[in-house]
Design a protein around this ligand. Structure first.
Ligand code: FE
Length: 256
Protein backbone atom coordinates (compact mmCIF):
# COMPACT_ATOMS: atom_id res chain seq x y z
CA UNK A 1 0.00 0.00 0.00
CA UNK A 2 1.15 3.53 -0.60
CA UNK A 3 2.77 5.74 2.00
CA UNK A 4 -0.49 6.96 3.52
CA UNK A 5 -1.02 3.50 4.99
CA UNK A 6 1.80 4.20 7.41
CA UNK A 7 0.31 7.59 8.25
CA UNK A 8 -2.94 6.43 9.78
CA UNK A 9 -2.45 8.55 12.86
CA UNK A 10 -1.70 11.67 10.82
CA UNK A 11 -4.72 11.04 8.66
CA UNK A 12 -6.79 10.51 11.79
CA UNK A 13 -5.71 13.91 13.04
CA UNK A 14 -6.55 15.52 9.74
CA UNK A 15 -9.98 13.88 9.64
CA UNK A 16 -10.53 14.92 13.23
CA UNK A 17 -9.69 18.53 12.37
CA UNK A 18 -11.77 18.55 9.21
CA UNK A 19 -14.68 16.95 11.06
CA UNK A 20 -14.75 19.80 13.56
CA UNK A 21 -15.40 22.25 10.79
CA UNK A 22 -18.00 20.19 8.95
CA UNK A 23 -21.69 20.84 9.22
CA UNK A 24 -23.45 18.73 11.79
CA UNK A 25 -25.06 16.53 9.19
CA UNK A 26 -21.77 15.79 7.44
CA UNK A 27 -20.05 15.22 10.76
CA UNK A 28 -22.74 12.78 11.83
CA UNK A 29 -22.52 11.04 8.50
CA UNK A 30 -18.73 10.68 8.72
CA UNK A 31 -19.02 9.50 12.28
CA UNK A 32 -21.48 6.83 11.12
CA UNK A 33 -19.10 5.60 8.46
CA UNK A 34 -16.24 5.51 10.94
CA UNK A 35 -18.31 3.45 13.35
CA UNK A 36 -19.37 1.11 10.60
CA UNK A 37 -15.79 0.73 9.40
CA UNK A 38 -14.53 0.30 12.94
CA UNK A 39 -17.01 -2.51 13.55
CA UNK A 40 -15.40 -4.52 10.77
CA UNK A 41 -11.85 -3.40 11.48
CA UNK A 42 -9.32 -5.26 9.39
CA UNK A 43 -6.22 -6.77 10.99
CA UNK A 44 -3.32 -4.34 11.43
CA UNK A 45 -1.32 -6.19 8.78
CA UNK A 46 -2.81 -6.58 5.35
CA UNK A 47 -1.37 -8.49 2.38
CA UNK A 48 -1.09 -5.29 0.37
CA UNK A 49 1.39 -3.65 2.74
CA UNK A 50 5.02 -3.54 1.74
CA UNK A 51 6.97 -6.48 3.16
CA UNK A 52 9.81 -4.24 4.34
CA UNK A 53 7.50 -2.38 6.72
CA UNK A 54 7.96 -5.24 9.19
CA UNK A 55 11.31 -3.76 10.18
CA UNK A 56 9.67 -0.44 11.02
CA UNK A 57 7.78 -1.50 14.10
CA UNK A 58 7.08 -4.27 16.53
CA UNK A 59 4.02 -6.28 15.51
CA UNK A 60 3.26 -7.01 19.14
CA UNK A 61 2.24 -3.33 19.43
CA UNK A 62 -1.49 -3.10 18.84
CA UNK A 63 -2.36 0.00 16.78
CA UNK A 64 -4.58 2.50 18.53
CA UNK A 65 -8.32 2.32 18.11
CA UNK A 66 -8.37 5.48 16.02
CA UNK A 67 -5.57 4.17 13.74
CA UNK A 68 -7.57 0.99 13.11
CA UNK A 69 -10.71 2.94 12.42
CA UNK A 70 -8.92 5.24 9.98
CA UNK A 71 -7.37 2.30 8.13
CA UNK A 72 -10.76 0.63 7.88
CA UNK A 73 -12.41 3.83 6.73
CA UNK A 74 -9.70 4.39 4.13
CA UNK A 75 -9.96 0.82 2.80
CA UNK A 76 -13.74 1.08 2.57
CA UNK A 77 -13.73 4.45 0.79
CA UNK A 78 -11.04 3.34 -1.67
CA UNK A 79 -12.78 0.00 -2.33
CA UNK A 80 -16.07 1.77 -3.09
CA UNK A 81 -14.31 4.21 -5.40
CA UNK A 82 -15.33 7.21 -3.27
CA UNK A 83 -11.75 8.26 -2.51
CA UNK A 84 -8.71 8.20 -4.78
CA UNK A 85 -5.65 6.83 -2.92
CA UNK A 86 -3.48 9.40 -4.74
CA UNK A 87 -5.63 12.19 -3.30
CA UNK A 88 -5.12 10.78 0.19
CA UNK A 89 -1.36 10.61 -0.38
CA UNK A 90 -1.43 14.21 -1.50
CA UNK A 91 -3.39 15.23 1.62
CA UNK A 92 -1.00 13.46 3.97
CA UNK A 93 2.03 14.83 2.10
CA UNK A 94 0.67 18.36 2.45
CA UNK A 95 0.35 18.06 6.21
CA UNK A 96 3.64 16.25 6.69
CA UNK A 97 5.79 18.37 4.38
CA UNK A 98 4.08 21.50 3.12
CA UNK A 99 2.47 23.13 6.14
CA UNK A 100 3.94 23.45 9.58
CA UNK A 101 5.80 25.78 11.91
CA UNK A 102 8.74 26.15 9.49
CA UNK A 103 6.42 28.24 7.30
CA UNK A 104 5.56 30.54 10.17
CA UNK A 105 9.24 30.80 11.11
CA UNK A 106 10.09 32.09 7.63
CA UNK A 107 7.47 34.83 7.95
CA UNK A 108 8.76 35.82 11.41
CA UNK A 109 12.40 35.97 10.27
CA UNK A 110 11.46 38.12 7.26
CA UNK A 111 9.59 40.53 9.53
CA UNK A 112 12.61 40.76 11.84
CA UNK A 113 15.01 41.72 9.05
CA UNK A 114 12.72 43.75 6.79
CA UNK A 115 10.83 46.64 8.49
CA UNK A 116 8.73 47.27 5.37
CA UNK A 117 7.58 43.65 5.32
CA UNK A 118 6.86 43.76 9.06
CA UNK A 119 4.67 46.82 8.60
CA UNK A 120 2.77 45.08 5.82
CA UNK A 121 2.45 41.88 7.90
CA UNK A 122 0.92 43.71 10.85
CA UNK A 123 -1.39 45.75 8.63
CA UNK A 124 -2.63 42.89 6.45
CA UNK A 125 -1.40 39.50 7.59
CA UNK A 126 -3.18 37.51 4.94
CA UNK A 127 -1.71 39.52 2.05
CA UNK A 128 1.83 39.57 3.47
CA UNK A 129 1.78 35.83 4.17
CA UNK A 130 0.49 35.15 0.67
CA UNK A 131 3.80 36.51 -0.65
CA UNK A 132 5.36 33.28 0.63
CA UNK A 133 2.59 31.21 -0.96
CA UNK A 134 1.26 30.11 2.41
CA UNK A 135 -2.47 30.00 1.76
CA UNK A 136 -5.22 27.44 1.70
CA UNK A 137 -6.99 25.43 4.35
CA UNK A 138 -7.73 27.15 7.58
CA UNK A 139 -5.84 30.24 6.55
CA UNK A 140 -8.86 32.34 5.61
CA UNK A 141 -7.99 35.52 7.47
CA UNK A 142 -4.84 35.68 9.51
CA UNK A 143 -4.28 38.57 11.90
CA UNK A 144 -0.71 39.02 13.10
CA UNK A 145 -0.15 40.40 16.60
CA UNK A 146 3.28 41.55 17.73
CA UNK A 147 4.96 40.74 21.01
CA UNK A 148 7.01 43.61 22.43
CA UNK A 149 8.79 44.26 25.74
CA UNK A 150 5.49 45.74 27.00
CA UNK A 151 2.84 43.51 25.40
CA UNK A 152 2.60 39.73 25.27
CA UNK A 153 0.02 38.10 22.99
CA UNK A 154 -1.43 34.64 23.42
CA UNK A 155 -3.69 32.80 20.99
CA UNK A 156 -6.42 30.32 21.76
CA UNK A 157 -9.64 29.02 20.26
CA UNK A 158 -12.14 28.86 23.11
CA UNK A 159 -14.75 27.17 20.92
CA UNK A 160 -12.71 24.35 19.40
CA UNK A 161 -9.25 24.41 17.79
CA UNK A 162 -9.07 27.16 15.12
CA UNK A 163 -5.44 27.68 14.24
CA UNK A 164 -3.45 29.14 11.31
CA UNK A 165 -2.73 25.85 9.54
CA UNK A 166 -0.74 27.23 6.57
CA UNK A 167 1.73 28.81 9.01
CA UNK A 168 1.80 26.36 11.90
CA UNK A 169 0.44 23.04 10.64
CA UNK A 170 -1.95 21.12 12.83
CA UNK A 171 -2.52 22.34 16.39
CA UNK A 172 -0.84 20.51 19.27
CA UNK A 173 -3.06 18.36 21.48
CA UNK A 174 -2.84 20.73 24.43
CA UNK A 175 -4.10 23.61 22.26
CA UNK A 176 -7.32 21.65 21.72
CA UNK A 177 -7.70 20.68 25.39
CA UNK A 178 -10.56 22.07 27.44
CA UNK A 179 -8.10 23.08 30.14
CA UNK A 180 -6.09 25.33 27.81
CA UNK A 181 -9.13 26.71 26.00
CA UNK A 182 -10.86 27.77 29.19
CA UNK A 183 -7.90 28.80 31.33
CA UNK A 184 -6.18 30.84 28.61
CA UNK A 185 -8.92 33.44 28.90
CA UNK A 186 -9.56 33.17 32.65
CA UNK A 187 -5.96 33.01 33.86
CA UNK A 188 -3.55 33.66 30.98
CA UNK A 189 -0.60 34.46 33.25
CA UNK A 190 -1.15 31.20 35.11
CA UNK A 191 -1.26 29.23 31.85
CA UNK A 192 1.89 30.95 30.64
CA UNK A 193 3.63 30.26 33.94
CA UNK A 194 2.68 26.57 33.76
CA UNK A 195 4.15 26.45 30.27
CA UNK A 196 7.40 28.01 31.44
CA UNK A 197 6.81 31.68 30.62
CA UNK A 198 6.85 33.97 33.62
CA UNK A 199 5.96 37.55 32.78
CA UNK A 200 6.60 40.63 34.88
CA UNK A 201 3.45 42.26 36.24
CA UNK A 202 4.16 45.34 34.13
CA UNK A 203 3.76 43.42 30.87
CA UNK A 204 0.26 43.54 29.42
CA UNK A 205 -1.14 40.16 28.35
CA UNK A 206 -3.57 40.11 25.43
CA UNK A 207 -5.51 36.95 24.61
CA UNK A 208 -6.84 36.49 21.08
CA UNK A 209 -9.73 34.09 20.52
CA UNK A 210 -9.48 32.54 17.04
CA UNK A 211 -12.54 31.69 15.02
CA UNK A 212 -13.16 29.84 11.78
CA UNK A 213 -13.10 33.18 9.95
CA UNK A 214 -10.20 34.86 11.74
CA UNK A 215 -7.03 33.14 12.92
CA UNK A 216 -4.35 34.85 14.97
CA UNK A 217 -0.60 34.46 14.69
CA UNK A 218 2.00 35.86 17.09
CA UNK A 219 5.05 37.69 15.82
CA UNK A 220 7.45 36.91 18.66
CA UNK A 221 10.16 39.27 19.89
CA UNK A 222 13.52 38.94 18.20
CA UNK A 223 15.91 37.58 20.81
CA UNK A 224 19.13 39.29 21.86
CA UNK A 225 22.50 38.31 20.35
CA UNK A 226 21.06 37.92 16.87
CA UNK A 227 22.14 41.16 15.18
CA UNK A 228 24.61 39.44 12.86
CA UNK A 229 22.42 36.48 11.96
CA UNK A 230 21.04 35.85 8.46
CA UNK A 231 17.32 35.56 7.79
CA UNK A 232 17.69 31.79 7.34
CA UNK A 233 19.57 31.41 10.63
CA UNK A 234 16.97 33.53 12.41
CA UNK A 235 14.17 31.35 11.04
CA UNK A 236 15.81 28.32 12.64
CA UNK A 237 15.48 29.97 16.07
CA UNK A 238 11.72 30.44 15.80
CA UNK A 239 9.64 27.85 17.62
CA UNK A 240 6.02 26.83 17.12
CA UNK A 241 5.15 27.73 20.71
CA UNK A 242 6.56 31.24 20.31
CA UNK A 243 4.14 31.80 17.42
CA UNK A 244 1.20 30.62 19.58
CA UNK A 245 2.50 32.99 22.25
CA UNK A 246 3.07 30.49 25.03
CA UNK A 247 6.87 30.72 24.99
CA UNK A 248 9.51 33.33 24.29
CA UNK A 249 12.47 32.60 22.05
CA UNK A 250 15.68 32.13 23.97
CA UNK A 251 18.68 34.16 22.87
CA UNK A 252 21.29 31.96 21.16
CA UNK A 253 24.46 31.39 23.12
CA UNK A 254 26.56 32.15 20.04
CA UNK A 255 25.90 34.76 17.38
CA UNK A 256 25.98 32.21 14.56
FE1 FE B 1 -11.93 26.44 16.54
Amino acid sequence: MSSHAASGVHLATIIDELGKHMSTSRGDSLSGVVTLAGASAAPATTPSEKPEHAADHDHSDVPSDIALRVKSLESLLVEKGIVDPAALDSLVDAFENKVGPRNGAKVVARAWVDPTYKKKLLANGKAAIREFGFTGWQGADIVVVENTPKVHNLIVCTLCSCYPWPLLGLPPTWYKSTAYRSRAVIDPRGVLRDLGTVLDDGIEVRVWDSTAEERYFVLPERPANTASMSEEALARLVTRDSMIGVRKIAAPTTGS
